[in-house]
Design a binder for this molecule. Sequence first.
Ligand code: PMP
Length: 323
Amino acid sequence: VRYAEGKGWYDARVEARAPIPMDPATAVLHYAQEIFEGLKAYRAADGGVTLFRPDANAARFRQSAARMAMAPVPEQLFLDALSELIRIDRDWVPSDPEGSLYLRPFQYASEVFLGVKPSSEYLFLIIASPVGSYFKGGVKPVSVWVSRDYTRAAPGGTGAAKCGGNYAASLVAQAEAIEHGCDQVVFLDAVEQRYVDELGGMNVFFAFDDGTLLTPPLTGTILPGITRESVLRLAADQGLTVREELYSYEQWQADARSGRLREAFACGTAAVITPIGVVRDRSGEFTIGDGTAGKVTMDLRERLVGIQRGTSPDPHGWVHRVL
Ligand code: PMP
């Protein structure tokens, strides 16, 4: 779908995937005015197709657009575009219980000019691609690397927006994590390098021995994850005390060592919920619990996956029927 100032959104169509020819002076190539979303379409037991909270993705897409000075895509257009694409690609939604059709809506500045200013033309596109299970051979705890050299987002920056530039800036930290034998990077806050913000592509939760569940608050520097918000609600349903509070890396180390911290997990659309087993930084490492997946983590995971796949009741009305 195209956008031009004064004309609005127009020219919606579904086409076979093909390269997009671009003028070398296209704004996005120079100033990175680009945002995206990620969500999955699931095959229902009766053969239909569902999405999980696509209205939340539509809302976040608009918020990301506002932060990047881009024209926002109307929520209904976002949902209609997803539905239309899924209708045409319905045979690509896997029927196996682990698979899904990954959907990648994105929007970029398509106007051709070289000055630094917001574009007056945009392109909104969605790619659809079938994916299998995130975990081959069952859920395994991941190891994480706490970055001391790089931060992800500063106050007033773009951390709460899902813009490509945030990921460009995090690649070097993710590479550092992999160099140190870890699966994912953990970012600390940019001001004091003290509080846990989030992972490279997931939000983070901590479960304590007194039945509380803690996650960092939405201070503007972390992405407001849709999985994060869903976990907060499911945890409250289960009678856990949920706290959205700052949590320092120092406290994390102390609580893991004293045994007060029982479990930690990361969450996001791709892996849903992933237990964290080992935490490493340049001065050493520690294990969470006995390093295996804990009960709070796996119960929440099962509840959420059940709702998404349509095998458990959906008390919050999160499942959106497309077909
Ligand atoms: N934080 C970051 C930086 C992410 O890229 C993602 C993935 N979109 C998340 C958190 C989790 O968000 P969601 O649950 O909406 O996928």
